[in-house]
Write a protein that binds this ligand. Structure first.
Ligand code: NDP
Length: 290
């Protein structure tokens, strides 16, 4: 018999999760603040609780997928959690996740926090490659691993309840940096007779090629503390090249606002005598010393 699951929150993500558990034959109890959103799922076999407390009472494994940390607070206010295995997939900051873990443990629950690396259409489709970062109680993760792996893959990243949120935000932050670079590149060609659709695979493949090797190199250097580069394009050379990038932006009528801050950081690192290094030292410039 499959593990019964309670799910609080039937937004776009919660509904997708619910369908995956139902499809896999897990007894599922759901609750949503706006009851209408549960109607379709009831027809598909979910039990619909008329309160969060009622839903929590129905299963040991309680999954929460609400808008934000404040909505989790509101939904679970006064709800008994003793003996429950609370898995919170709501996107929060690491500090909110840690505080929520303490809050849950004080109420007698085991706690696992999750950061979802998928969009709803990827849920229930293993080939789509979506997964959830989990952190917090390892015991809880191991115990429910199989049930948790039904909607999307799982990646446990540590006992610190904040680590799932931290991994989630770190990856998404890098994604925005990548989007920023792509936006600048598209802006450069925008006023020319260059088809963006023809340009796109050149850009996409370049980003992929750069990502793999340089990210691993950065990681190795951060680990061993030696940022000296063994390739020709050291920081001094790269800084010397930046005027070409800025002048090209100027020529094309493109604002340098996305790339200029990165160039400024490169310059600061060069100014402390790091010309023979890779770009890895920029990481340390970003980290506040206080
Ligand atoms: P939706 O906006 O579709 O749904 C929000 C859910 O939160 C609804 O069930 C809503 O209930 C509920 N809710 C909001 N405020 C409250 C409150 N004060 N009390 C009780 N319930 C409340 O969001 P998603 O389903 O898309 O996202 C849910 C979580 O999953 C978020 O933390 C999001 O960051 C995360 N996530 C979403 C992804 C996505 O692509 N959608 C991707 C990765 C993570 P009601 O129906 O009554 O409004």
């Amino acid at each position: 018999r499959k593990t019964p699951v309670t799910l609080l929150g039937l937004g776009a993500m919660g509904t997708a999760l619910a369908r995956a558990w139902l499809a896999a034959g897990h007894p599922l109890t759901v609750w949503n603040r706006t009851p209408a959103r549960a109607e379709a799922l009831a027809a598909e076999g979910a039990k619909v609780a008329d309160s969060a407390a009622g839903a929590v009472a129905a299963s040991t494994l309680v999954v929460v997928c609400l808008l934000d940390d404040a909505s989790v607070e509101t939904a679970l206010d006064g709800v008994g959690l003793t003996g429950k295995d609370l898995v919170n997939l709501t996107t929060t900051t690491p500090a909110q996740a840690r505080a929520r873990a303490t809050w849950a443990e004080e109420r007698g629950a085991r706690y696992l926090d999750g950061g979802i690396m998928a969009v709803p259409p990827m849920v229930g489709i293993p080939e789509a490659g979506g997964y959830v970062f989990y952190s917090g109680s390892r015991e809880l993760f191991e115990l429910h691993r199989e049930s948790l792996a039904v909607p999307v893959g799982t990646a446990y990243v540590g006992e610190d309840a904040g680590f799932a949120a931290l991994h989630d935000v770190a990856l998404l932050s890098a994604m925005y940096g990548m989007f920023a670079g792509a936006a600048h590149a598209f802006a450069l060609i925008r006023r020319e007779d260059i088809d963006p659709v023809v340009f796109a695979p050149l850009l996409g493949n370049w980003i992929k090629a750069m990502a793999g090797s340089s990210i691993e190199q950065t990681a190795r250097q951060l680990r061993n503390g030696d940022y000296t580069t063994d390739v020709v394009s050291d920081l001094a050379m790269q800084v010397a090249g930046t005027p070409t990038f800025l002048s090209t932006a100027e020529e094309q009528g493109v604002s340098p606002e996305l790339i200029a801050p990165y160039f400024a950081l490169m310059r600061r690192r060069l100014d402390v005598g790091s010309g023979k290094e890779d770009l890895t030292g920029l990481v340390d410039l970003l980290v506040r010393k206080d």
